[in-house]
Design a protein around this ligand. Structure first.
Ligand SMILES: Cc1cc2nc3c(=O)[nH]c(=O)nc-3n(C[C@H](O)[C@H](O)[C@H](O)COP(=O)(O)O)c2cc1C
Length: 360
């Protein structure tokens, strides 16, 4: 992450040195030929910025309101499972680091620390739900998350089955003790796998069980985004699961404008996938995201230095965003509008009466 891609590459190399090859590859890898994994990063680079000049940017204010709550920065940590593989304190250290940096945290259904322990160290946090084959397990987890202080439920919609990842060579990498930390004694692993029969009806079910707003994660199309909103979602999270599910799926930088246009003011839009620098965050906000999440970069920080490195990494990313905002002539996140960017090369969009890329 952070100021530039070279910083990010150095971070990845440091993580590679401290992690076993199996764990590093499990985290770093993507599905199939990893075309979506690679395209996620490169597509942001294709988004050209159109900075404004002679704006008073003496005070940069990166605050943002998300689901009615003011956050100090528009950058959050995406849900990533099994973090004790990266660091002995796992999700607890991630929570502490995110809180120190003012970053919203998303806790995975596959957290390898108990959600209540993570919540005790967290600032604002959301809980990510997989609908599991035994739907009762999901209801129970979501109720526990709400009781522990989660402020939204993130329903991951892109994982009816797990993508095939060629770098995952060790079938025993996630033992039952890690997989089932939040599932109670004697759980049946097959029943806790992701359910392929998850549908839009689960949005309202999760909202009713938790009493919390529901965000759908993994949306890549405008029509799906509208269906999510019609089904009761308060937010739509543009994601291809970091290139780990359908290889060949559209990179998020390309999907985001379509989703943002389809949703309009009916719900909030967030994005993740390949965001590595402050400029990438700016690009995503310009293309219509209210909030941006990072997955692997936060994991690499956790691996190399626990909570302290997570806090430092996220703080650096936020600093880089503020610098980019100033240079783009946007003093507040509200001033980061679509006209600040042009879409990835060759991909036109529609916005506010425009039928083509405003720069063409
Ligand atoms: C090791 C790993 C585990 C993940 N676990 C989950 C998960 O449990 N639930 C989920 O919704 N997404 C999961 N994701 C996807 C992330 O939430 C996020 O969409 C993705 O990592 C963003 O891309 P980035 O890593 O390029 O920032 C995981 C990603 C990785 C790399």
């Amino acid at each position: 992450m952070f100021s530039n891609e070279a910083d990010h590459r150095r971070l990845v190399e440091r993580a590679r040195q401290v992690l076993s090859a199996d764990v590093f590859d499990f985290y770093a890898g993507g599905a199939g030929d990893e075309t979506t994994l690679a395209a996620n990063e490169t597509s942001w680079r294709g988004v050209r910025l159109r900075p404004r000049v002679l704006r008073d940017v003496s005070l940069i204010d990166p605050r943002v309101t998300v689901l009615g709550r003011e956050l100090t920065v528009p950058v959050g940590v995406a849900p990533v499972g099994y973090q004790t593989l990266a660091h002995p304190e796992g999700e607890v250290a991630m929570a502490r680091g995110a809180r120190r940096a003012g970053a919203l945290l998303t806790v995975s259904s596959r957290s390898s620390r108990r959600i209540e322990e993570v919540a005790a160290e967290a600032g604002p946090w959301w809980f990510q739900a997989y609908v599991m084959r035994d739907h009762g397990l999901t209801r129970e987890l979501v109720r526990r998350a709400a009781a522990a202080g989660a402020t939204a439920i993130v329903l991951t919609g892109d994982t009816p089955y797990l993508g095939r990842r060629r770098r995952d060579r060790d079938a025993g990498l996630i033992p039952d003790e890690v997989f089932g930390v939040n599932l109670g004694a004697g759980f049946d692993r097959a029943l806790a796998e992701q359910a392929p029969d998850v549908t839009y009806a689960d949005v309202a079910r999760l909202r009713d069980v938790s009493g919390l707003p529901v965000v759908v994660k993994g949306v890549l199309r405008g029509d799906d985004a509208r269906e999510c909103v019609a089904a009761g979602a308060s937010g739509v999270w543009v994601s291809n699961h970091g290139g780990r599910q359908l290889d060949g799926a559209i990179p998020t930088a390309e999907a985001l404008p379509e989703v943002a246009d389809a949703v309009g003011d009916a719900a909030e839009v967030y994005a993740d996938g390949g965001v590595r620098t402050g400029v990438d965050v700016l690009r995503a906000l310009a293309l219509g995201a209210r909030m941006v999440f990072v997955g692997r970069p936060a994991l690499w920080c956790l691996a190399v230095g626990g909570a302290e490195a997570v806090a430092a990494g996220l703080t650096e990313l936020n600093g880089a965003l503020s610098r980019a905002m100033g240079l783009a002539g946007a003093a507040t996140t509200a001033e980061i509008t679509r006209e600040l960017a042009r879409s990835p090369l060759g991909i036109p969009w529609r916005s506010e009466g425009q039928t083509t890329d405003p720069a063409t």
